[in-house]
Design a protein around this ligand. Sequence first.
Ligand code: G6P
Length: 614
Amino acid sequence: MCGIVGYIGQREAYNILIKGLKRLEYRGYDSAGIAMGGDNPRIYKCKGKVSDLEALVENLDFSGNIGIGHTRWATHGEPNDVNAHPHRSMNGHFIIIHNGIIENYTKLKSGLENKGYVFESQTDTEVLANLFEYFYIKEGSDPKKCVDAIRNALRIVEGAYGLLILCKDVPKQLIAAKKGSPIVVGIGDQEYFIASDASPIVEYTNSVIYLKDDDIAILSDSGLSLINLKNIPQTPNIHKLDLSLDQIEKNGFDHYMLKEIYEQPRSIRDTYRGRLNFESKFLRLGGLFNVFNDLVNADRIIIVACGTSWHAGLVGEYLFEEFTRIPTEVEYASEFRYRNPVIKKGDVVIAISQSGETADTLAAIQLAKRAGAIVLGICNVVGSSIPRETVAGVYTHAGPEIGVASTKAFTAQVTVLTMMAMAVGLANKNLTQKEFEDLVEELYLIPDKIEKILEKADYIKEIAEKVKDANNALYLGRGYLFPVALEGALKLKEISYIHAEGYPAAEMKHGPIALIDEKMPVVVLATKDPSYDKIVSNIQEVKARKGQIIAIVTEGDTVIRNLADFVIEVPACDFALSPLLTVIPLQLLSYYIAVMRGCNVDQPRNLAKSVTVE
Ligand code: G6P
């Protein structure tokens, strides 16, 4: 969470910082700030969005070729002008911005207070700024020892940080440091662009270095040098970015979320491209090559994830158990890591994450690794922390997802899980060649079927108009469609602030049925699948209590058409693949409801795209 951006070079830094912050705003948007470095360091910051910051500095002096910028998602201290980053140390030697959490900040803070330091904000970041200064002054305020002061201070810091640091006494230098929270350094022509992810950088260069934990990068007009916390020089590994500018722009859509919903036929094709061949009925996941036998022979599969990725994991549980008969569990990463789970050597743990940076998922990976499990990743952001922490894995290739409410990442994750389960099922002979080939065909056709669902957007908008004023909503599904019910409810909650619950349809009778009245929209996932008759009964139960029924049905269904208030048809497909189709109308429904309620769809309140704190 929190976006950080920095620039050092010949250009005016301000425009690069503001543009970069706008691209990073999905990481947090409760306050924003910049600091211009050089001989006359200045800080401008305020509560609110990057646009509020722009208005604030409009007539002020923001000139300079060195600068840092921050967009915040509050952890320590409420969102206000004082707690906004950047933070300056008490005597003005250091200005810093920070993403992450300093876990021992209380202890460090009281130590500094005992030495006379006075704090303005409630943030852990100001503690770091003063800690750097304390070490710097202790070493005689020698500009040559500025990096040593930072390094020594960071050695006693516990927790996570992605940091950009300006030191007043070394005006032509910018320092970046990383532990836990991501930092990417873009290399231009005698200039450097630094950010939490590559989106602010891609416009200027595609040569980047991903800092490793404990790295400190020192950037100045004489170049880049990289050391670690022990002062050992590190060799920078330069990567080429596989990202283009139009992938991170709205391209004519009103919101990123809508663009990303519409991208799904393409993103699913990109996810199976080169892996699944329709003609030869061939499936190969190159990223799993070295571990494939371990997966086939796994005693148990444990999937760990958070949020929407957890819902994809739940679909994965159904897929793995059906296609491979390997016992599979899905765990919230945050619960898994704290409850002393039983993990054995023959277990395979699969971590799913769009961003690859979710702190709880990373911690769950580390726990599973320590316990001796084989840990694989399913991740969207290339080069992010999770792929680097896992022994092998599969990228989803959905392209950058910027809308805070996840859409195309979910369908890409489910696509990968489907392919993994199919490959393992064929290898361990739980799937016959014929069943496998039928699934290849079915999966191959999913993007075309999604195109057909997207054509119904106007009708879904009409339904949204009818239910947009509800205070509560219920989503019901069975089997593969239970996780979709959860995901549909989550989408609605996240962006429209309507309270919504997803439930296994049969469980409705054990509680939620008490909530149903004529004001309650009930979204029922009711495609033609093995439990169709049962779901029809559930619809009857809702109808008897006057709930407003929105049913997602298979094309040509006439039975439910006579029962439901609204019916959205999706093309027929194998039940195991039905999450990929049925989630689309639910994404559109919540999108239109949120827009009609005047909500900020791409930046819903209190949320952030990448949750890098625990
Ligand atoms: C946040 C996002 C969700 C996402 C979850 C897990 O809550 O708002 O959209 O599903 O984090 O993120 P990950 O990047 O690990 O998939």
